[in-house]
Design a protein around this ligand. Structure first.
Ligand SMILES: [Zn+2]
Length: 259
C-alpha cells in the first residue's frame, strides 16, 4: 500500500454516502462513452493483490483472443449483492465467475485505503455470463474478451436493507476508469452489467449514483492537482536550500497534504 495526497482526499469523504433517488435511477440505462480527446495521461492505482489473486487468475480467467492493449474497449460496472469482499470471492470460487477488481464496502478495513486487484488485466475475467443486446458495444469479440470488470461491494437493497454507496467507493471506481482509460488506447464504453443483460441483472442497482460517477470520470475530478505546492514554495517562509529541497521531495512523494 502506498500513501498519497489522494488518500487524504478520500479519507475525509469516507463517511459520507451518496444519496440517489430510486424513482429516477435505472441501472439498465447506465452507459457512457469516453471521448478520445480527453484521454488522461498515466494514472497510478492504489491497489493491493488480493490473497486469491493468483488462484483466480489461474482458475477463473482465460487468455484474451487478441493483445490486451488492442482488445480492451469496455469497462463493466458490477455490484456484489453482499456486504463483504470475502462473500464475493467465495462465490467466484464456487461458481465460474470473477472480475479484475473489488472495491470494499464501508464496514471493511480496506475501505478508505485501497482496492483489491483480483484477476490480472491481461486475462479475460468471467464477469459477464450473458448479453441480451450485443450491438450496444458494436462489432467485436465476446464481452469478457474485450472488457475489464469491476465489482463494488454493496447489498443492492437485498432484503430491503438499504446500502448507499460511499463517496470513497465512487471515487475509487472513477479512478479505476481513468487508470484504464490512460492505459488502454481503445477504451470507449463505460457500462453497467444491467445494461448488457437487463433481463437477468440489475447491478450496480438503484442506489448507484451514475451521473455523479460519470461527472467524476469525464472531468477527471478525482485526480490530485499537479504540483500543488509550487506556489506555496515560492511565497512561504522557506528558510534554506535544504528546506526547499525537502519540500520538493515531499511534494513529489505525495505526502504534502495530510490534514
Ligand atoms: Zn454483475
Amino acid at each position: 500500500m502506498t500513501n498519497s495526497a489522494f488518500s487524504s482526499n478520500a479519507a475525509h469523504s469516507i463517511s459520507s454516502a451518496i444519496s440517489t433517488d430510486p424513482d429516477t435511477i435505472k441501472p439498465d440505462t447506465f452507459h457512457f462513452m469516453l471521448p478520445p480527446s480527453q484521454r488522461p495521461t498515466f494514472i497510478p492505482l492504489k491497489e493491493e493483490l488480493h490473497p486469491a489473486f493468483g488462484w483466480l487468475t489461474k482458475n477463473r480467467s482465460r487468455s484474451r483472443r487478441r493483445d490486451v492493449f488492442e482488445s480492451i474497449d469496455t469497462i463493466v460496472i458490477h455490484a456484489t449483492a453482499g456486504y463483504a469482499t470475502k462473500h464475493a470471492v467465495d462465490t467466484w470460487k464456487e461458481r465460474k465467475a470473477s472480475a479484475h477488481w473489488i472495491i470494499p464496502d464501508e464496514n471493511e478495513t480496506e475501505h478508505g485505503h485501497f482496492i483489491w486487484a483480483t484477476v490480472a488485466e491481461a486475462k479475460a475475467a468471467y464477469h459477464v455470463g450473458h448479453v441480451d443486446y450485443e450491438p450496444i458495444l458494436g462489432e467485436g469479440p465476446n464481452v469478457n474478451d474485450r472488457s475489464l470488470g469491476v465489482e463494488l461491494v454493496n447489498t443492492q437493497n437485498v432484503q430491503y436493507f438499504r446500502d448507499p454507496y460511499s463517496q470513497w467507493q465512487i471515487e475509487m471506481l472513477a479512478r479505476i476508469v481513468l487508470y484504464a482509460w490512460a492505459k488502454y488506447p481503445n477504451l470507449r464504453h463505460v457500462i453497467s452489467h444491467a445494461k448488457l443483460d437487463p433481463s437477468r441483472r440489475s447491478d450496480p442497482g438503484e442506489n448507484f449514483p451514475w451521473e455523479a460517477f460519470k461527472h467524476k470520470v469525464l472531468t477527471h475530478s478525482v485526480l490530485e492537482e499537479r504540483h500543488p505546492l509550487v506556489l506555496e514554495a515560492n511565497t512561504s517562509t522557506v528558510t534554506s536550500e535544504t528546506d526547499s529541497l525537502n519540500l520538493a521531495v515531499t511534494n513529489r512523494a505525495g505526502h504534502c497534504c495530510e490534514p
